[in-house]
Ligand binder design. Structure first.
Ligand code: 6PG
Length: 466
């Protein structure tokens, strides 16, 4: 058998799916998994694709099975496992062999690994789309030296999702740029998911809708301007029946959200960048709070359950749809704003229009809106998405729906942290004279930190001691 064109380490859910995708696109691939049985089970169940897959029992055998200059994808858990795998692999490789970390790495780790690699080829790529995306077409966000990306771009663009024939795979910039963009993708994903969950809560607790009606509503919205993968699957989740009990699936799932940490990384980094992403921060906080179920049960016993029921005259499903539209635009505006901030901070020159294009298919946040976002960012990448004419018009049309939904939810004790923070962000972004003058007065009062005056000059102090 001729040598493989690429190698892959780690045949977990994502790694196995990606390897099948690579073989399915006509490339010969060698694979290795720490557990040899997993490697052979993967090959034995690969069907016709097995002919393009070389299973190997040792790392040495994997390296030998790949044509030079070699390229090897790592699909191993983020963190120390990646460093350990690189350490095990490096001594077996030639100086022009390329290691590609395709896991959900923290971009700071990827920056470090790229610098440690020096001239040795190393890429960190964000792969989005879950198992289905990895198998049939993910969105790929590349980071590292451009010439190293160019070496494997033919394979990565072939396996990536396509939007109107264009591959959703792009080089973002040096070092950890790809993993950074993936982290922001995940932050937007968390906020999008949280807003959908909040609207689900309003339909369930506020409007008293059953899961079938809720599923139908999401399915209807998925045919309109809210069309997206997350709206589509939320409709399917709401409509699903538990095969074990025959109950609505959602009613059987515990309301405690897991998180592998990517959204949290985004929020931490946003604070370092002083990039305002309140809807994304609210979504991570909501996940943290959701895990405190016993505390929340005690709180309900103590304070009594919230009234919840919202009179139907107070809110229509169209109002909810409009609120979600506005919330979604605001959370994407925050995400792209953070990418722009990081681009300057890290000297990456991140291609915002290209990023929006790469997210149009394959990734978890793929949606109909991203085409217009790509156009808006192409017109002016330095402008907040809110101020692009298309999205200004959409926000003008829908922000009252967001306000009504947040107000009604608040009046009836239904928590909407992401939608509420989105509304607060909108109001702050359209208020020229805010209230930070009070903050400056307070800071100067207790810490003599000084402030600027509206009639000019800085470093002024107030008459607090008089
Ligand atoms: C994607 C998803 C995926 C996600 C993991 C963990 O783009 O395919 O973002 O990478 O991060 O499934 O999900 P949580 O972060 O919610 O744990």
């Amino acid at each position: 058998m001729s040598k493989a064109q690429i190698g892959l380490i780690g045949l977990g859910t994502m790694g196995a799916a990606l390897a099948l995708n690579i073989a399915d696109n006509g490339f010969d691939i060698a694979v290795w998994n720490r557990t040899t049985a997993t490697t052979h089970k993967f090959h034995d169940t690969a069907g016709d694709l097995a002919a393009r897959i070389t299973p190997t029992d040792t790392l040495e055998a994997l390296v030998q099975a790949i044509a030079k200059p070699r390229a090897i994808i790592l699909m191993v858990p983020a963190g120390q496992a990646v460093d350990d795998q690189i350490d095990a692999l490096r001594p077996l490789l030639d100086d022009d062999d390329l290691i590609i970390d395709a896991g959900n790495a923290n971009f700071h780790d990827t920056n470090r690994r790229a610098r440690d690699a020096g001239d040795l080829p190393f890429l960190g790529i964000g792969v989005s789309g879950g198992e289905e995306g990895a198998r049939f077409g993910p969105s790929i966000m590349g980071g590292g030296k451009r010439d190293h990306w160019d070496r494997v771009a033919p394979i990565l663009t072939a396996i990536a999702a396509k939007h109107d024939g264009t591959a959703c795979a792009t080089w973002m910039g040096e070092e950890g740029a790809g993993h950074f963009v993936k982290a922001v993708h995940n932050g937007i994903e968390y906020a999008d998911m949280q807003m959908i969950a909040e609207v689900y809560g309003i339909m369930r607790d506020g409007l008293g809708m059953d899961n079938t009606a809720i599923g139908d509503t999401f399915a209807t919205w998925d045919k309109g301007p809210l069309q997206s993968y997350l709206i589509e699957i939320s409709g399917k989740v709401a409509a699903a029946t538990d095969p074990k009990t025959g109950q609505p699936m959602l009613d059987v799932i515990v309301d405690a959200a897991g998180q592998k940490g990517t959204g949290r990384w985004t929020v931490i980094e946003a604070q370092h960048l002083a990039a305002p992403i309140p809807a994304i921060e609210a979504a991570v906080v909501a996940r943290n709070l959701s895990s405190q179920k016993e505390t929340r049960a005690a709180g309900e016993a103590l304070f009594g359950a919230a009234p919840h029921h919202i009179p139907h005259d107070n809110m229509s499903l169209d109002t909810l749809e409009g609120a979600l539209m506005a919330g979604k635009i605001l959370c994407y505006a925050q995400g792209f704003g953070m990418i722009a901030k990081a681009s300057d901070e890290f000297g990456w020159a991140l291609p915002l229009p290209e990023i929006a294009k790469v997210w149009r298919a394959g990734c978890i946040i793929r949606s109909a809106m991203l085409d217009d976002m790509a156009s808006a960012l192409g017109d002016d990448a330095d402008r907040n998405l809110m101020f692009a004419p298309k999205f200004t018009d959409l926000l003008k049309s829908n922000h009252d729906d967001l306000r009504r939904v947040v107000a009604q939810a608040a009046l009836h004790g239904i928590a909407t942290p992401a939608l509420s923070s989105g509304l607060a962000y909108f109001d702050a972004m359209r208020t020229e004279r805010g209230t930070a003058n009070m903050i400056q007065g307070q800071r100067d009062f207790f810490g003599a930190h000084g402030f600027e005056r509206i009639d000019g000059g800085s470093g002024h102090h107030g008459p607090w001691g008089d």
